[in-house]
Ligand binder design. Structure first.
Ligand SMILES: Nc1ncnc2c1ncn2[C@@H]1O[C@H](COP(=O)(O)OP(=O)(O)OP(=O)(O)O)[C@@H](O)[C@H]1O
Length: 362
């Protein structure tokens, strides 16, 4: 296998006619890391991946792979390989010929390319099926063949466009673990586009959260979870509640923010002027839910929904300007004192469980 390469995206934009899909993004993806691009539909994830692959031209900016600026290189000359969502296998070819295809295009002789294809199929534990056609395989097996086909060119970076989306939920989780194992054993850079927060958290060394053609945050999953950079990230990841209001006082490293409904909330932070609009994030798993009304940080609200999730229970509360303030409670805590829809409850949290959120650039 080749060495891993760092991918350096420098002020890259993508314009399709009147639509700017990607707005001058910059990002360094470390060599040998597993990078996941995550974001809502239409935020520019696939356009970015396709520009790294060379399947889409770059409107402005540059992409460097290792020491080489590949901006104007065709896909086959970049040192990248792409695995598509649909796997794009040739139905009329057996697995060996599918996997060997790109070597055939490069003029590699038959014996050599078939031997290499067999080696790749072996790596993916698909050697016993080498003479089958794609239609004779399960979804998970087709995915392994698509991976073998992408890896046969010894890429420095493998680009994966929603690689797990065609699989059923059980297989998705199994193949996810296999992808991670494969990336670690090959040691090359993986860039993986997904819609799933859970998938990105499970796989990524670096998670890139995009919104409207811009990067909101690029960081390790734990950092994104613990310190979402913006209100968008906090809402999109779903682990924080976001309350929006204006700063009413500031001092001693604590800001007080008041929501339009009148409640005030404290958060550690500084550098925001009185009257300035501000968002704070509160972790859903750190909110205490009581029937009593004693709290220092929190508010009273009305339970609007209760969802049982096994080891936890998700309770949604209406109040403080939020119609879906979420509390994730341990099942044992919850069932010690269950609440019903329509019941008045009081919510409270520690000062350190509230975060001052940054502004989005979008
Ligand atoms: N070939 C194209 N011509 C015109 N507009 C395009 C083209 N491809 C993408 N777009 C637009 O660019 C924006 C970003 O699209 P892109 O496919 O990169 O988003 P995405 O985040 O991958 O979305 P999804 O998760 O739905 O695949 C969207 O507004 C989309 O409609």
């Amino acid at each position: 296998m080749s060495k891993a390469a760092e991918i350096d995206i420098v002020s890259v934009s993508k314009v399709y006619g009147a639509t700017t899909a990607v707005h001058g993004i910059s990002l360094k993806i470390p060599a040998g890391s597993y990078c996941c691009f995550l974001g809502p539909s239409g935020c520019g994830k696939t356009s970015t991946l396709r520009m790294i692959a060379g399947h889409e031209s770059i409107s402005s900016g540059d992409i460097r792979l290792g020491n080489t600026v590949v901006t104007d290189f065709p896909p086959a000359k970049r040192g990248t390989a792409m695995m598509f969502q649909s796997y794009a296998l040739f139905p009329h070819l057996d697995l060996i010929d599918n996997v060997a295809f790109s070597l055939k295009m490069k003029g590699v002789d038959k014996a050599e390319r078939r031997a290499k294809a067999l080696e790749m199929l072996k790596l993916m534990q698909m050697e016993p099926y080498a003479n089958r056609r794609p239609a004779q395989l399960s979804g998970g097996q087709q995915q392994r063949v698509a991976l073998a086909r992408a890896l046969i060119t010894d890429p420095e970076a493998l680009l994966l466009d929603e690689p797990l989306s065609a699989l059923d939920p059980f297989l998705k989780i199994r193949m996810r673990a296999e992808l991670k194992k494969l990336q670690k054993s090959l040691g090359i850079t993986f860039v993986h586009v997904t819609h799933s927060q859970e998938e990105a958290m499970a796989l990524a060394d670096i998670m890139v959260i995009m919104n409207d053609g811009r990067i909101e945050q690029a960081a390790a999953p734990r950092e994104v979870f613990e310190k979402p950079a913006t209100a968008f990230v906090a809402r999109f990841m779903g682990d924080h509640n976001v309350l929006t209001g204006r700063v009413t006082s500031s001092g001693n490293g604590v800001l007080v923010m008041t929501v339009p409904e009148g409640q005030s909330f404290s958060v550690r932070g500084a550098g925001r002027a009185v009257g300035e609009a501000v968002d704070i994030g509160i972790r859903t798993d750190r909110v205490r839910l009581q029937v009593a009304t004693e709290w220092t940080l929190g508010f009273n609200g009305i339970v609007s929904n209760v969802e049982y999730r096994g080891s936890s229970v998700k309770i949604t509360v209406l109040g403080a300007g939020s119609d879906d303030f979420t509390v994730i409670s341990d099942d044992s805590d919850y069932f010690a004192r269950p609440v019903a829809v329509g019941e008045a409850v009081s919510l409270s949290w520690e000062l350190d469980d509230a975060l001052l959120l940054g502004r989005s650039s979008a």
